[in-house]
Design a protein around this ligand. Structure first.
Ligand code: PMP
Length: 359
């Protein structure tokens, strides 16, 4: 069995070290009042780190909210669908998560899916085929579809439209030109910390147009006006994010994360494409995700018994969580920021070995 070390092991060790006594103040972050000066410092530092790492322009607010990515599926339409009179929004649906977001938005207005409905999620419909509605309040897409492994490697040019993106599963894995977006959101639990906090980056001029039924905890203007402290925030999750952001900064920032993610994902895609069909990834080459690589094992769309063997053997070697999402089956290798190049090399070597034995 191989001993796997997360990139973020130093983060975990620091959290352990500071758990009982944060920064010499005699209490834990877990015990701190969210209104204390010490916690304010944590929130402000976290925000400043994020602003620095993503080069976030001044006219954007950074919010730390609860409710996860799913909470944002509701918050986005509740806050933005009323930007224009028609209460309509354009959605690009390239996988399970954008499909869920579109479904949720239908509760609050009209949803226009801008392309012909896909019967499987293995590609991004060509931008020239999108029919954007000029009276839509915003255009929404999911930057990386975690289940289906479909990632945008470009920012869609939507002209004057307000562009909204769910970056939950590829956040801080590369630089992003924030100024192209009206809003970006991302749950922390994949690339920048632990569950419990969701980052929202929103352009200031979009605030203040929430529908009257918008729950106050999801109201961006209210949260922005209170520095994300309208109510008790997920303090410990924000603190962990601060540690992760410090780690990313000290390790070369988003450019370094991008470089690493290219190397890691290429290792696995190379094994797949040179396996003569033994491994197969259904996603079009130009939109294959650097973060989540879904693949099948065995000729002809996958062989479930062989896939089970693949997973069992991997697990014995210490490689866990490789099972594909229950809705698609097969295998999924998730290569978030915390996964090292060395760990990925071990997986690639295992795949080659398994191929030799079972092809
Ligand atoms: N969007 C994406 C891209 C996701 O991967 C997920 C969760 N895996 C969600 C949204 C939903 O996030 P949550 O579970 O935090 O509600």
């Amino acid at each position: 069995e191989v001993k796997f070390d997360s990139f973020y092991t130093p983060v975990l060790l620091q959290a352990q070290n500071e758990l009982l006594d944060y920064s010499g103040i005699g209490i834990s972050v877990l015990e701190m009042s969210h209104r204390s000066a010490d916690f304010s410092k944590i929130v402000n530092t976290t925000e400043n780190l994020l602003r620095e790492l993503l080069n976030i322009p001044e006219n954007y607010k950074v919010l730390f909210l609860q409710g996860g990515g799913t909470g944002q599926f509701s918050a986005v339409p509740l806050n933005l669908i009323g930007l224009k009179e028609d209460r309509c929004a354009d959605y690009v649906v390239t996988g399970a998560w954008s499909a869920k977001a579109a479904k949720e938005a239908e509760k609050y207005g009209k949803v226009n899916v801008v392309h012909a409905k896909l019967d499987k999620y293995t590609n991004i419909p060509d931008k020239s085929s999108w029919s954007l509605n000029p009276s839509a309040s915003y255009v929404y897409y999911c930057c990386n579809e975690t289940v289906h492994g479909v990632e945008f490697n470009f920012i869609p040019d939507t002209k004057e439209a307000v562009l909204v993106s769910d970056m939950s599963s590829n956040f801080l894995s590369r630089p992003v030109d924030v100024s192209k977006f009206g809003l970006i959101f991302a749950g922390a639990q994949k690339n920048i910390g632990c569950a419990g906090v969701t980052v929202v980056i929103v352009r200031e001029d979009l605030l203040g147009k929430a529908l009257k039924e918008c729950p106050i905890v999801l109201d961006y203007q209210v949260q922005a006006g209170n520095n994300s402290l309208y109510n008790t925030p997920p303090c410990f999750s924000i603190y962990i994010m601060k540690l992760v952001l410090e780690w990313i900064k000290n390790n070369g920032g988003t450019e370094a994360m991008e470089n690493l993610s290219q190397k890691k994902s290429s290792l696995i895609y190379d094994v797949i494409s040179s396996s003569n069909g033994f491994y197969s990834c259904p996603v079009d080459v130009d939109c294959r995700s650097r973060m989540n690589i879904p693949f099948r094992v065995g000729k002809r769309e996958g062989d479930e018994a062989l896939e089970k063997l693949f997973l069992d053997k991997a697990s014995k070697l210490g490689m866990i969580s490789l099972k594909g999402h229950r809705s698609v089956g097969g295998i999924r290798a998730s290569l978030y920021n915390a996964v090292t190049l060395e760990d990925t090399e071990v997986l690639a070597a295992y795949m080659k070995e398994f191929l030799k034995e079972h092809q």
